[in-house]
Design a protein around this ligand. Structure first.
Ligand code: 11G
Length: 311
């Protein structure tokens, strides 16, 4: 940056050129704001739609990172699946466009980061908070699975929190859509700590149950404070997953209802895991403070997990 501009915020405008049916060129302008961070190949920013003044999140992917067909197919699949979804607990897909250098994916802005940051800050959550988040995640998964979509990378870092601390499931980079409910997938994918054993053994194929497994890992992690199969080395983590080798630390309080649900979900046999409806009607989600199962947005019955904005 030359000295004249040093320290001044550069006004970066992202332009979307749209050729109209009458041959004219329309231009939509977005003001690039603060860097949110990196997600894979993408640099992510807050951007403001200069026409509507709406502030959203932008995933900006340089096209030069898409030369390999694998990366390109993955992005096309992510956009195709995410664009087709519309649910209060799934990150809203606002828009997608490209210019010479980049592909721009515009998504709902979640100002309170993800459950990953929340756990890093809080160490662990109360079971009432966990019940509240789990009800929202189960509702998001019921929606996905009813549209034949498997997320396949469910983890704390993909569970975003908006300004009202509502859960928004994001990042469909590893998601897949089944042609029929009987179809099985075989490609290896997912994040080591959360990956289901049937994906690791790669023989029998996998389906919706891999998201249920990951949900079990998430419930354990939110209550205990760290993932059940975590070790310093990925190979050892995979071995523990295949052997269902985990325990509940003595020094961390956990209710029988929570312990029971986690144990039922972390079953090597996908068919033995509870369904989303069985999880929703489990004693873990139906003991203590009664939380309505479909949460009307305005009256979310969640206890206040202090959000970042109220620091
Ligand atoms: C835009 C990418 C990603 C995201 O998917 N959403 C919905 C999001 C929404 N709001 C804030 N950040 C978001 N992120 C972060 C940015 C850096 C790493 C992940």
């Amino acid at each position: 940056m030359d000295r004249a501009n040093e320290g001044k915020d550069q006004l970066i405008i992202i332009e979307e050129k749209i050729s109209k049916v009458n041959g004219e060129m329309a231009v939509k302008k977005y003001l690039r704001g603060k860097l949110l961070g990196k997600g894979g190949f993408a640099k992510c920013y807050e951007v403001t739609n200069l026409e509507t003044k709406k502030v959203i999140a932008a995933k900006i992917i340089p096209k030069q990172t898409l030369t390999k067909n694998r990366a390109r197919q993955k992005l096309i699949s992510e956009i195709k699946i995410h664009k087709s979804l519309n649910h209060q607990h799934v990150v809203a897909f606002e828009h997608v466009f490209e210019d010479h250098e980049n592909v721009y994916i515009l998504l709902e802005l979640c100002t309170n980061h993800t459950l990953n940051e929340l756990i890093k800050r809080r160490k662990r959550l109360t079971e009432l908070e966990v019940q509240c988040y789990v009800v929202q995640i189960v509702n998001a998964l019921k929606y996905l699975h009813s549209h034949r979509v498997i997320h396949r990378d469910l983890k704390l870092g993909n569970l975003f929190l908006n300004e009202k601390m509502e859960i928004k499931l994001g990042d469909f980079g590893l998601a897949t859509k089944l042609e029929s409910d009987k179809e099985k997938k075989h490609t290896i994918c997912g994040t080591p700590n959360y990956i289901a054993p049937e994906i690791l053994d790669g023989k029998t194929g996998h389906s919706y149950e891999v998201d249920i497994w990951s949900l079990g890992v998430i419930i354990y992690t939110l209550i205990i404070g760290k993932p059940p199969f975590e070790t310093p080395d990925v190979k050892t983590t995979y071995k523990k997953i295949r052997n269902i080798s985990y325990g509940f630390p003595e020094n961390v309080p956990i209710s029988d209802q929570a312990r029971g649900l986690i144990t039922r979900i972390l079953n090597i046999d996908p068919q033995r895991r509870p369904s989303l409806d069985e999880i929703m009607s489990s004693s873990f989600l139906n003991t203590g403070g009664t939380i309505p199962k479909v949460l009307p947005l305005a009256t979310l019955a969640c206890p206040p997990s202090a959000s970042y904005t109220k620091q």
